[in-house]
Design a protein around this ligand. Structure first.
Ligand code: NAP
Length: 294
């Protein structure tokens, strides 16, 4: 039987259900904080330019916040903004006691020092987990805010009973907000981790070794079913135009034991973790203990 004619073996790792639960818990915690302190948790979103995908992501995140009782304030800056002006805007939000979390939508555009802008986020408000300090905390297993997509991926693995310990996890992609931190979180859970990237030689062979495969490349249907190890757990973090992931879903689902759909897999978990971390940041800053676990 060829791969094309084989039936799908994989169970879907739906992210919408678990995400809904996390959002509901966050909404309950936000309500408790608001009742106890008279102040609603607040996320500040910062958007540079008008890239349609980024505009949509920010709008979606703010809409989810509103539904969960989290206030949001929005700072829109032109694509022509300088690094200095962007850093100043982020610093102002970092100082503002009415703001508990800051999300600087990535990417900020060519010519701007994105790292400098990320580092202007106060550590206690880094609910998107993008600062060097949050990255180090994830790497060293210290308390801190996880980068949201990697954090969402780990929650999804837990949700479906996938124990990373002892497994060979192959992460394709090494970006600072996704590939690198998810590999570190998997390592922290005792997986044996291989990173692949654009300079990896014989990528297919590396991918074929994966018990847990994380696709974080940004290329539609880049990873094919024939390279998926039978029984592997496939996490597709990619989100490309046309709602297409980085994995060829049809062929990969014929080999994998578990696979995330796109959309409806990693995406909803990312937003849920953002909301959860915003509420947790607000609780800490407003002195409300144990508002959200997780
Ligand atoms: P990125 O910054 O562009 O990084 C892409 C990574 O893929 C890089 O490390 C790059 O390697 C690697 N790569 C590129 N071409 C490759 C090739 N031919 N073979 C192997 N590796 C290759 O992208 P990102 O921000 O991490 O995003 C990745 C994907 O995840 C995108 O589809 C994005 O939309 C999606 N995403 C989804 C969410 C969500 O909430 N679901 C959140 C964030 C991102 P080098 O380092 O060598 O250049």
């Amino acid at each position: 039987m060829t791969l094309d004619s084989a039936p799908p073996t994989a169970r879907l790792m739906d992210g919408t259900g678990p995400a809904r639960r996390i959002v509901a818990e966050s909404a309950a915690a936000a309500d408790r904080i608001t009742r106890l302190t008279g102040t609603a948790p607040c996320l500040a979103t910062v958007l540079v330019g008008e890239d349609p995908a980024s505009v949509t992501y920010v709008r979606m995140k703010r809409a989810r916040c509103a539904k969960a009782g989290i206030r949001s304030v929005h700072v829109a800056l032109p694509a022509s903004v300088t690094t200095r002006r962007l850093v100043a805007a982020v610093e102002e939000l970092s100082r503002d006691p009415a703001v508990h979390g800051i999300l600087l939508q990535h990417p900020v555009g060519a010519g701007i020092d994105e790292r400098a802008a990320f580092e202007a986020i106060a550590p206690e408000k880094d609910v998107d987990g993008v600062t060097a300090r949050s990255f180090a905390a994830a790497g060293l297993g210290l308390p801190g805010f996880a980068s949201c997509t990697p954090g969402g991926i780990m929650r999804l693995l837990d949700e479906y009973g996938v124990e990373p310990a002892g497994k060979h996890a192959v992460v394709v992609g090494r970006s600072p907000i996704l590939g690198r931190p998810v590999g570190m979180l998997l390592l922290g859970r005792d997986a044996t981790v291989t990173y692949c990237h654009s300079r990896t030689v014989d990528l297919a062979s590396r991918v074929r070794e994966a018990d847990v495969l994380v696709a974080a490349v940004g290329k539609p249907r880049f990873l094919r079913g024939e390279d998926v190890k039978p029984g592997a757990v496939v996490i597709d973090a990619g989100y490309n135009p046309g709602n297409v992931g980085d994995v060829d879903f049809e062929s990969a689902a014929r080999r994998a034991s578990l696979i995330t759909p796109v959309p409806g897999g990693v995406g909803p978990m990312t937003i849920a973790v953002l909301l959860e971390q915003t509420v947790r940041a607000a609780a800490r800053q407003l002195g409300v203990p144990e508002a959200v676990s997780g």
